[in-house]
Ligand binder design. Sequence first.
Ligand code: ATP
Ligand code: MG
Length: 334
Amino acid sequence: ASPALELGGLSVTYRVRGRDLPVLSDVSLTIARGEAYGLVGESGSGKSTVALAVQRVLPPNGRISAGHASIAGKDVATLGAAALRQMRAHDVAMVFQDPGKALNPSLTIGRQIAEVFELLGASRSEALERGEAMLGRVRISDPSRVMASFPHQLSGGMQQRVVIAMALAKDPALLILDEPTTGLDATIEAEVLDLVDSLRQEFGAAVLFISHNLAAVASLCNRVGVLYAGKLVEEGPARALFSEPRHPYTAGLLRCLPRAGFKGGPALDNIPGFPPVPGSITAGCVFAPRCGLAEERCRTEAPPLSDVGPGRGSRCHFHDRVDALPRMSEAPPV
Ligand code: ATP
Ligand code: MG
């Protein structure tokens, strides 16, 4: 079967005050069916833009300026309105950070989940039945009570389970989770991630998991892509990438993790300096201004994606010197 998601040289710009700012440049990645792919990077690196672009739901000032994206073999750029609706109804589902925003506060959970099945062609009574069964599949122990509840009567973790149930009701080829556990406490977060992992196996959906939390990515994902200033700077199997980073930025992210274990959550924002303003770096490597390995060449010549091991790539001229950077003192997360 065609991959769940395929991006080839995807570039996206946002138009701001008459200028097109490049926010994603030349991002290529493939997520096979049933695979869990983690996309990490600092705030503003373009993670959510990837999620929006592949579903063609960019804000009005955003556009795909080059490259292509296909979901389950369908090129999203060329789909007509009807085919696009069809794709959103069947092939891809998305779970956002704030489940409260995804749910309608004035309708019961039962009404909302039944609606998903009704849109897929079920009768009202069949839809209610299937909705309740779906809540059971996301390990909600008392589905009938939850069906009769309004969103505000449920905890954040319970709301997120409902949203995940509604997403999986479509039996999508691709499930996109954008920071789904930010704002939940650590125990609930672990439960939700564990749930996503078992549902991925049960439903066979591929997962694109967007997160600041490297520990969460390490526990859920088999492959990882590291985004920096709109470029995929490193990619590879989770275990190899976390234990032996081949890009100085990845090494920096790992070094930033709080000493007291990986459960600490977001810690990506304390590499010295700031990511560049979109469009401000026009020559050389986007990471050069913050990089401990940078030489003159890095400021003039953009590094290509080099093959740095089985299934691994790095956009660094000096990927073989990353080992020489100071290492973190703790064991890697996997
Ligand atoms: P976070 O971790 O904070 O969610 P992110 O990696 O998801 O960040 P994006 O939301 O994809 O990042 O944003 C990428 C860049 O595009 C940022 O510089 C952001 O300020 C900018 N941006 C996002 N949406 C728009 C918009 N509609 N118009 C202009 N710029 C935008
Ligand atoms: Mg985001």
